[in-house]
Each structure stands twice: as C-alpha cells, then as structure tokens.
Write a protein of this length. Structure first.
Lengths: 165, 680, 103
C-alpha cells in the first residue's frame, strides 16, 4: 500500500463521512459544516489527480463562495432563535431504496466497462497550460461563461430583491 | 464566382435573423416601431437573390451545384455536418421566398397599421423568413428538420397573433399539433436513414441509396415516413384540417406562410429528397396528393368565407404539386410550386384588400355584427376596388388554367405528366389519378370564378357598403400589381424546365445504368399525352368557368335551388366532409374518454377502496361489538390498513412536489434497468 | 488489495452522487436540497478529473471541470435568490409546502 493509496482512503473516508453528515443530520448548521468538509476532501482528491489549479479553484469558489452563500441562505431564511434550524425529511425509505438501486446500476456499469487505460506519468503543474488553453482553444466557451456569470449575477440580484413582484 | 454566390446566399439567410433580433428587442423603440427594418432587409435579400438567379441563368447548366459543409458536432464516432447546398432549384426558391416575403412585408405596413403588437408582428415575419431561407439552403436532413420545426413555430406564433380571440389561439394550437403528427413520422424516417446509413447529408444518402445500401421495403418505408412531414406541413389529406383554421391569422401571414412558402416546404422537401422514394412510395405520394386535390376542391365550392375558399384552394393546389411529384412530373410539380406562390399570394393579399375595404365600410356604417369576410355580404366591388379586381382576376385566370396565364403552363405540365404516367404504366391507379386530377381542375375553375363573381359582381347585401368601400393605400396595391405581373408572365420561358431536371439515381451510382433506352420508348407517348392534356385542360377549365358564369353571373340557375335539391351533398361539402367532426369524435373523444376513465378509476376504485375499507371497519366493529372476537377484529383492521396504505400510496403520486416526481423518475430508471437485465 | 486506480475514483464518485441524490429527494428545506445538488455536481466533477488523469493525455477534462465549477456557482447564486424570494412570499422554505403544482 503506497502513500497514494493511503491518502485516497483517508480522503474518501472523510468525503463520505461528511457527505453522510450533510445528508442525514437534522440541524442545518451541521449540514453546512458537513458539506464544507466534503468540499475539502474533493479538493484533496483533485490534488492527488494532478489537478492543482482545480483544487485551488475548488477551495476558492466552493469553500469560499458557494458555501458562504449557502450559509447566508440558511441565516436569512430561518429564524435563528428557537427550534427552526431543524430540517425534516420526507419519503426516506423509498428514497434510500431507489438511491441504493442507482448506486448498484452505476457500480455495475463501472465494472462492466472496458476502460482503456493509458500509462500515467508524473503529474505536472497545470496552471500555465490551463491559462493558455483559456486564451486559445477554449476562448469562446470562456467568453460565454463570463457572460453567463454576469447574467446570473444580474438575475440573482433582480430575483432576490425584496420588492420583486 | 462560387464563393461570391455562397457569400450572397449566406447574407440573404442571415440578414432576416439580424433583423429579427434587433426587432424583437428594440422594435418598439425604433421610429415607426421598426417596420422599415425587416422590410428593407427583405428587399436587400431580394436583390441578392435576383443576382444569384441571374448568375444561374447566365450559366445555364443543369448540373450546377455548389456545396459547402463544415463539421458541426463530433461525439465519438458520430459526426454531424452542417452545410449549404445551392443548385438551380435552390436559386429559384430563394428568389420566390425573398420576393413574396418582401412584398408581404411591404403590404403588412398598410394592412397591420395601428395593430397592438405591430413591432412584434414584423419581428416574427423576419424570423419566419430566416427559417424558410434556411430550409431551402441546407444540405442535410438534420438541419432541414431544425428549420422545419422553426417555420412551424413561426406559423404558430403568427396564426395566434391575435391570441385574445379564442378561435385564433385555438387555431394556432391546432396547426402546431396537427403538423407535429406529421413531423413525428419525418423524424422517424430521418432516424432510420441515420441508423442504416450513418449520415444525414443529402448527397451521401443518395449515393448510398444508389449503391443499394438502403433498399426494398425499408427504403419505401423511409420514403413514406419522410413524406409524412410533407403531409403535415403541406396540409395533405388526412392532416389538412389545420390549414383552413389557420386563416384566423392576419391575412398577409396567410399569404406568406399558408399559401406561398411554408406549406410549399412539404413539396420542396419531396423534391429535394426525390431519390429517396421508391416506386411504391411515389404511388403513395401521388394518391395522397390526388385525394387531397379532389377533396379540398369540392369543399371549396360550398364555402362562403373568402379566406376559407382560398385556403381550400391552397390545399387543393398543394395536392396537385404532390401528385405531380408522385407521378414523376418532377419539374412540373416544382414549377407549379413557383407560379402558385405568385398567384396564391396575390389572391390572399387581394382578399385582404377586400376585407380591409369591407371592414372599413362596416365600421363607417356602425355595423359590428356583419362578417366582413363573408362573400354573401359582398358584391359589386369591381368599380370601387379596381386595382384589386384586375389583379385578382389575373390570378384567378392563372389558377384556373386560362391559356397564356402562368398557371396554364404549369398545371398543364402536371396534367400532362399524370396522363403520360397513366399511358406508359397502364395501371388502373394511375389512370384514376389522372382522371381525378382533370376533374379537380374543372372544379378549381368553377369555385375560383364563383369567388370573383360573388365578390366583384352583382349587388352587396347592404347597398350602402358601396358608398364607403375604398381602394387600399398604395403600399398595399403595389405588391398586388407586382404579383399580378408575375402571375401573368411567370410561366413563360423554358429555363425552369431546362435547369431543374429530375435527379437520377444513375448520377450517384458508381456504374452508369444506361437510362437512354428507357427514355426512347416513352418519348412518343409522352408527346401525345402532353398535347392531349393541353386541349383537355383548356376544355375542362372552360367548362368550369362557363358553369360558374351561368350560376353566378347570368343567374341562369340558382345556386341555392341546386343546394336545396342536393341537400345531403351540399351539407357534406359545407361540413368539409365531416373531417373535423370525425377527428372530434375519434381522437379528441378518445383522449377525453381516457381522462374520464382515469378520473372514474380515481373516484370509484381508489376512493371506493378507501370508503369500502371504512365500511368494512364499521362492519368489523359491529361484529366485534357483537361477538367480541379479537381475531376477526384484527383481520379487518389489517385489511383496512392494507387498503388504506394502497390508497394513500397511490394518492401520493400526484403531490405536486418536485421531489416525489424525481423519486418516481429515478425509481422508473432503476426498474427499467432491472427489466433490461432480466430480458436482455 | 489492488492499487488505487480509475475504478476507485469512479466508485467514490458514484456513492457521492447517490448521497447528493438522497439529499435532493428527501430534504424538506430548500437550502439543504441545494447542498445536495452541489454534492451531485462535485461527484460529476470527480469523474471528469479522474478521466482526464487516467484516460486522456491532454487537459480537456480539467477544462470541463473548471467550467462545471463556474456553472455551479452561477446556479447556486440564482437558486438561492429564488429561495429567498419564495421565503419572502410564503414565509417558509419547505419544499413540501410549495406545491402549487399539485393537480
């Protein structure tokens, strides 16, 4: 068992555990914290897979941005005092059965597929390459995504306004 | 030079799109609500289309063809290409579409003046022109399907332009859904093509068909399925019911979309994919076209709404074109498509001018109950609307096949092709097709002159109308005059016959099949057939016109008396062969019945189960009270709980909660996967 | 025990996906449902990166990953705005109460 393997299992355990907390905990704050650690774990996985730029992006955007956004959502929409911070669940039993079925299907597909593996070399730093790709091959998607972000920003501000009717 | 033509074509195609985008977002803020923008764009397009047509005519090469493709999508082994194809047929279609579209834009400025959604109307017109031009330019089935649906959407939007009127929004929905039924078949046909040949491109598909990769029954099936699209779009029997209702839209829209261009797209599709049709598929196409031509012509006799008459006449003429393609009159059918576009657009625009005048007159008289579209209210408008009268008379002569007018040449060619096919094939079906087409030609002449006499001769229902009816403004009459000129001269010259030749599979096959021998034997028969067809068609059209004159001008016979005498037949025609009623009784009623059964099931079975459970429980309590028997009590409780659980679970299905819908969808996925594992 | 390879990452991602799905289906609180959606997106992203590492020589997979993160950020912002709007109207973010769609 190499260091790589150990790291994988540690991170996997962390991700799954915190995701499980996120899913099964009743308290909204616990959910958010669970999600936070799941994001951290995924960022770790990206590092292992040689995607250093993505790991940094994951930390910045998810942990720094989306999670804060979600917490704001929690704060703004719940009466903080009292017992309102709890979140109930619905149709738990059928949902668990169906999700187990989905996992079973996915696992079967993963095992049945003949993956044509290539030799994996040492991961190199990717940031420079990604930057170049953004300005060359992926220029149009890059521009479109920036327009999308702008539109989402304006749209979110508009929808979230108190007097939006 | 090729590059120049391609550039021009792309400019023609993209200009209306740009106009649409500007118009839909900024139209209301532009001066004059932006009507000048799409209009001028279409005139620029017309000039470019004339340039392309001029080059094509200067070339005078039947084999002229330019293609430009690029790779659009590549997903694994699946490559979808996109491209344009310009040949003589495309050049002619570009000219027709831009001409009619430009004139309709111009006419709409007058006709739609003061409308609430004036700027949006022009935006949709521009979007339609873009889609229609795309439809005639593209070079593969995938892209043609995209534009096919786009024109359908535009048709829906424009029919429902006055959506406050219930009949208009209903008609829009009806048009959309009815054509979708045909599109479904077309989609299936395209899927078969892609599944067997692995390509969408017209050229590749034709070479594969020539190489025999798709043949026999499957080829026939594919052809018929693709033709389904044309049945829907070109309003062929049995899906023709939407077109007459579509007349709820503004009249210029009827002229552009439902007479000249979109409904002719079905004919264009059959012409473009002509090599896909086996002999059996062609016979099917010919029969559908003939049946449509006949049914619609007979219905038109009994209608009194001026636009409805024209709508049925359109359906009938489209049937002619389809039938022409079916019997092998490739050039004849497509040429008729072109001349028909001129004179039918003219007839619609002219009827719009008449309605405009009638509406105005009724408005002056403070009469808001009389229908300005009802021909029984019209009459004697000849002196009041001289331009409209003369141009519409020219178009009527053209559609009736009066010699020296454009329609005479093309209709004659169609009838000649039908007769030739009958004479050379010696089979009963083709003879029947030829005979029915001749009869329908006579009926066409009859009802078209009936329209002219009822509208422009005699006396109106209220004499005062004549004092108030005035000719439309020149922005409306100029398009009429231009189209009138084309209706007269559009059929002359042999360039179309020379340039748009029937495609032969042999041109695509690697080995030439020597088609010469086959042609030689049929030549003599063809010549006789065409000469005979010419005289016969003149005779029949003359009879139709004469009868019409006798009925409606000289009043030798009373139309009402005849209608009274043959009441069942008259009612049958008046009710449009009961097609709408038939569909209401079958398709719609079926849907309603199904909903009612579901509702009944919900009310009786599920509620009944729950109620029954309650009753059983009551009964059980009574029993237990009587006998104090714990076993029975427990059993009944169990039953109640099971039944209650079923009822509750089934009721859960319609919660309105997205989450339970997701759950059910996922559950279905898992279930399907398991089933697939079990049976595959 | 086989050394960690592509399959391990895929299995992890499948389980994470199912957990996210579970949150989306069962949670009553709209904000928690959004968290579930984020989990699902992360699971998909792990697949992209893993494929980029093990099946492909160039960085296309990672580029997709970046775009996915951006799209997720945009969707989270808009979705939260919608949640806040719903809260203002209904004084509740419980999805089972927002069932105007019920027939």
């Amino acid at each position: 068992m190499t260091f790589f393997d150990v790291m994988f299992y540690v991170l996997a355990a962390m991700i799954l555990l915190s995701a499980a907390i996120m899913v099964f905990a009743k308290n909204l704050i616990y959910n958010a914290v669970g999600l936070l650690f799941a994001f951290f774990g995924v960022a770790g996985l990206y590092v292992m897979l040689g995607a250093d730029f993505l790991a940094a992006t994951q930390l910045l955007i998810y942990v720094g941005g989306i999670l804060v956004l979600l917490l704001f959502g929690v704060m703004l929409s719940q009466r903080i005092t009292g017992l309102e911070m709890r979140t109930g669940t619905l149709q738990m039993l059928p949902a668990v059965i169906v999700c187990a079925g989905v996992v079973a299907i996915l696992l079967r597909m993963i095992w049945m597929s003949p993956w044509q593996k290539t030799e994996v070399g040492e991961p190199a730093a990717t940031t420079r390459t990604i930057g170049t790709l953004f300005m060359t091959d992926y220029l149009i998607p890059f521009e479109i995504v920036s327009v999308l972000l702008l539109a989402a920003l304006v749209g979110a501000a508009f929808i979230g306004r108190r007097d939006a009717r | 030079m090729e590059n120049l033509i391609v550039t021009q074509a792309i400019v023609i195609f993209l200009l209306p799109l740009a106009a649409f985008v500007i118009q839909i977002f900024l139209g209301r803020r532009l001066p004059r609500q932006g009507d000048w923008l799409p209009t001028s764009v279409m005139f620029v397009g017309l000039i470019l289309a004339v340039l392309i047509l001029g080059r094509v005519l200067a070339n005078y090469d039947p084999a002229f063809k330019i293609t430009r493709t690029f790779e659009w999508m590549k997903i694994g082994p699946l490559v979808i290409r996109f491209g344009i194809l310009i040949d003589n047929l495309t050049a002619a279609m570009l000219f027709v579409v831009t001409l009619i579209s430009a004139l309709v834009h111009l006419y709409s400025i007058g006709y739609m003046h003061g409308d609430v959604r004036y700027s949006r109307y022009f935006a949709y017109l521009a979007l339609f022109s873009f889609s229609m031009l795309g439809l005639v330019l593209v070079d593969n089935f995938f892209a043609i399907y995209i534009f096919w649906e786009l024109v359908g959407v535009c048709s829906y939007l424009l029919i429902g332009h006055w959506f406050e009127k219930k009949s208009a929004s209903d008609a829009a929905v009806k048009a959309f859904i009815t054509t979708r039924i045909g599109d479904l078949g077309m989609f299936a046909g395209i899927l078969i093509i892609f599944a067997t040949l692995g390509t969408f491109g017209f050229e590749e598909v034709f070479s594969s068909v020539a190489a025999g990769k798709l043949s026999g029954g499957l080829l026939t099936l594919t052809g018929i399925l693709v033709f389904f699209g044309a049945i829907g779009k070109s309003a062929q029997f049995p899906l023709h019911v939407w077109l007459p209702d579509a007349m709820e839209g503004p009249t210029p829209v009827s002229a552009l979309i439902h007479a000249a261009t979109m409904v002719a797209a079905g004919v264009y599709l059959v012409g473009r994919t002509y090599l896909l049709y086996s002999a059996d598929a062609l016979l099917f196409i010919a029969m559908i076209g003939t049946i449509t031509a006949f049914i619609a012509a007979t219905i038109a006799i009994a209608q009194v709404d001026i636009k409805k008459v024209l709508a049925y006449s359109t359906v009938s003429q489209l049937g002619y074109m389809i039938a022409a393609l079916g019997v092998g009159g490739y050039t004849a059918g497509l040429f008729h498509l072109m001349t028909h576009a001129y004179f039918k657009a003219l007839l619609f625009l002219g009827s719009g001018s008449v309605i405009h005048a009638m509406h105005h007159a009724y408005h002056q008289l403070n009469d808001h109950h009389s229908d300005p579209q009802d021909m029984r209210n019209m009459g004697g408008l000849r002196s009041k609307l001289p331009v409209t009268f003369v141009t519409m008379l020219a178009a009527t002569c053209a559609i009736s096949g009066v010699p020296l007018f454009s329609g005479f040449f093309t209709k004659d060619a169609i009838l000649g092709a039908a007769l030739e096919k009958a004479a050379t094939s010696h089979d009963l079906a083709h003879w029947l097709i030829a005979i029915v087409l001749f009869v329908s030609a006579g009926i066409t002449a009859f009802y078209m002159f009936r329209l002219i006499y009822m509208t422009f001769f005699g006396q109106p229902a209220r004499r005062e109308i004549l004092h108030h009816a005035t000719e439309s403004p020149s922005v409306m009459t100029v398009p009429l005059i231009v189209l009138g000129v084309f209706s007269v001269i559009g059929g002359y010259g042999s360039w179309f016959k020379d340039l748009v030749v029937k495609p032969e599979l042999a041109n695509y096959a690697a080995v030439a099949l020597a088609p010469e021998a086959l042609h030689e034997t049929g030549h003599e028969a063809a010549h006789t057939a065409h000469t005979m067809a010419m005289w016969l068609s003149i005779l029949i059209a003359g009879t139709g016109i004469l009868l019409s004159t006798a009925f409606y001008y000289w009043k030798k016979f009373s139309a009402d008396a005849v209608a009274q005498r043959y009441k069942p037949i008259y009612n049958f025609l008046w009710k449009k062969w009961y097609f709408d009623d038939l569909y209401a009784a079958t398709v719609l009623a079926g849907t309603h019945l199904f909903s009612r059964i579901s509702g009944w099931f919900d009310l009786k079975v599920i509620d009944g189960l729950v109620d029954g459970a309650a009753r059983v429980t009551v009964f059980g309590s009574w029993l237990s009270g009587e006998h104090d028997n714990r076993i029975i009590d427990g059993l009944v409780n169990l039953t109640a709980r099971i039944v209650g659980w079923f009822g509750g679970t089934l009721r859960e299905v319609q919660t309105g909660r997205v989450q339970s819908y997701i759950l059910m969808a996922l559950g279905a996925v898992v279930l399907l996967y398991i089933l697939q594992l079990a049976f595959a | 025990m086989t050394p960690v390879g592509l399959t391990h990452f895929l299995v992890l991602s499948a389980i994470l996906f199912a957990l996210g799905l579970l949150a989306v289906i069962t949670k009553r609180n709209a904000v928690t449902v959004l968290m579930g959606v984020e989990l699902i997106i992360n699971a998909a992203n792990i697949n992209f990166i893993a494929f980029a590492r093990y099946l492909d020589k160039d960085l296309d997979g990672q580029m997709f990953g970046v775009f996915v993160i951006v799209a997720a950020a945009a969707s989270a912002a808009v979705a939260l705005a919608i949640v806040l709007n719903i809260y203002q109207r209904m004084r509740s973010v419980n999805l089972d109460e927002a069932d105007s769609l019920a027939g």
